[in-house]
Design a protein around this ligand. Structure first.
Ligand SMILES: Cc1cc2nc3c(=O)[nH]c(=O)nc-3n(C[C@H](O)[C@H](O)[C@H](O)COP(=O)(O)OP(=O)(O)OC[C@H]3O[C@@H](n4cnc5c(N)ncnc54)[C@H](O)[C@@H]3O)c2cc1C
Length: 406
């Protein structure tokens, strides 16, 4: 049994803890924040490949109760309301499970509670600063001077991972994507009856005149939305107070032939806009007894809709690679994990980058884009099933030597 020091209690860290426990090891998770992150963040979607990975961890059941089913998306032009294309969000698993949109907080809480039930410890207020490596162990050093010794350290410490730079100090920083992200949820009953122009569970994605955005309706009647304004479309939206933030965003969507302006106006709490980043590739995911998972290894743009799903896939592959191992074999097992995950993860990052590209267009390119996008989307929609199977139909066989597309 290996003693595993997991750094970071986010989606990747909690999933890794659960996967390592399933593999017969003893993980303890160390989190920089002083308290659990319940209630923090906006929402995300777990795609069917994420559910497939959750099933391996015995968590598909609880995850199916989170959020609501969002199997479909439709693309529109905001300038004239023109419908561009329909896609499905990966179809469904054999038991009917589809992609689900949920708050990051509820996914986090489910994983944290499941980790607790399996006896996995989470220690808060432990920010990793350094590691000390010897031939038979690795010791994590935290900001308060305390340490944790183990057979390996799993860096699930997100986009600005410390573990990543400890593995390789030359590792490049995240790549900026010139889009802002913001979102909100409008409770049931806050919008006028009959206003919504999209059915329950379908994501309406709009290339607006001044901003890309998406809205959808939960069966409970609440309306969920996100928006990706261009970073340079305002002075500094992140510093605006909540009232000014709402006025700024309403102005960006007001000229479109959609109901987004009403939705934004009805939103009480609009998340402070934050910049987006991704990682094209980092030189190393592992060295000796150190390894990274989730955003620490391969952050994808939110436009991929794969951040959480890929983090869970990593966790399953890592757990499987370390199953039944003796400490001496750790470096080889971590290299095997990297080998199995790298190509897929980097392909998803590039796919997310391409998905974000049509959203990044200046005002002067808008009219041109309005002409080109319908043609582009007709082509993509025709080929979508073949195109996206490699993303969504990924299955990791826990007992097999290699994972692959089933
Ligand atoms: C509070 C929070 C809210 C989020 N909200 C959204 C959202 O609304 N929508 C969305 O799409 N994505 C959101 N994300 C990001 C999303 O969860 C991730 O992109 C994805 O799930 C992959 O998760 P991850 O575990 O790799 O990284 P993260 O979710 O970023 O988790 C990394 C964890 O490591 C901890 N950590 C970082 N450095 C150290 C250190 N040195 N020592 C110890 N611990 C450390 C962090 O505090 C964090 O808990 C959020 C992330 C966080 C942390």
């Amino acid at each position: 049994m290996l003693n595993c020091v997991v750094i970071g209690a986010g989606i990747a860290g909690l999933s890794s803890g659960i996967a390592l426990h399933k593999a017969g090891h003893r993980p303890i998770i160390y989190e920089a924040h002083g308290a659990p992150s319940d209630g923090i963040g906006g929402f995300l979607t777990v795609a069917v490949n994420g559910f497939d990975a959750l099933e391996t961890l015995g968590l598909k059941g609880p995850a199916r109760h989170l959020g609501f089913s969002t199997p479909l998306m439709s693309m529109y032009l905001g300038s004239n309301g023109r419908h561009l294309a329909d896609f499905d969000y990966g179809g469904s698993l054999p038991d009917g499970t589809t992609a689900r949109t949920m708050t990051r907080s509820e996914l986090y809480a489910m994983l944290r509670d499941e980790a607790g039930q399996r006896g996995i410890g989470i220690v808060y207020d432990k920010r990793l600063t350094a590691v000390e490596e010897s031939h038979d162990a690795v010791t994590a050093v935290f900001h308060d001077g305390t340490t944790a010794r183990g057979d390996l350290v799993v860096g699930a410490d997100g986009l600005n991972s410390r573990v990543r730079t400890l593995i390789d100090p030359t590792s490049p920083p995240p790549r900026n994507i010139p889009l802002l992200n913001t979102c909100g949820i409008v409770p049931a009953g806050a919008l006028p009856p009959g206003l919504m122009d999209v059915e329950t569970g379908r994501m309406k994605m709009v290339f607006g005149k001044r901003c890309f955005y998406c809205y959808m309706q939960d069966p409970d009647g609440s309306t969920w939305w996100f928006a990706n304004p261009l970073e340079h479309s305002s002075e500094d939206p992140a510093t605006l107070d909540p009232g000014a933030r709402k006025a700024w965003l309403t102005k960006l969507v007001a000229g479109d032939r959609t109901v987004m302006a009403d939705i934004v106006t009805a939103t009480e709490d609009i998340i402070r806009p934050y910049t987006t980043s991704d990682f094209p590739s980092i030189p190393r995911w592992q060295r000796g007894r150190l390894v990274v998972v989730g955003d620490a290894a391969h952050a994808a743009s939110p436009s991929s809709g794969q951040g959480a799903s890929m983090a869970i896939e990593d966790a399953v592959t890592l757990g499987r690679s370390l199953q039944g191992l003796e400490p001496d074999s750790i470096p080889e097992a971590l290299a095997r994990y990297e080998n199995e995950r790298r190509t897929r993860a980097e392909s998803v990052v590039e796919w997310g980058r391409r998905n974000a590209a049509p959203k990044i267009r200046g005002q002067f390119k808008r009219i041109f884009a309005d002409l080109v996008l319908p043609v582009v989307f007709r082509g993509i929609a025709r080929k979508s099933e073949d195109n996206f199977d490699w993303v969504y139909r990924h299955h990791i066989e826990w007992d097999a030597a290699n994972s692959g597309v089933s």
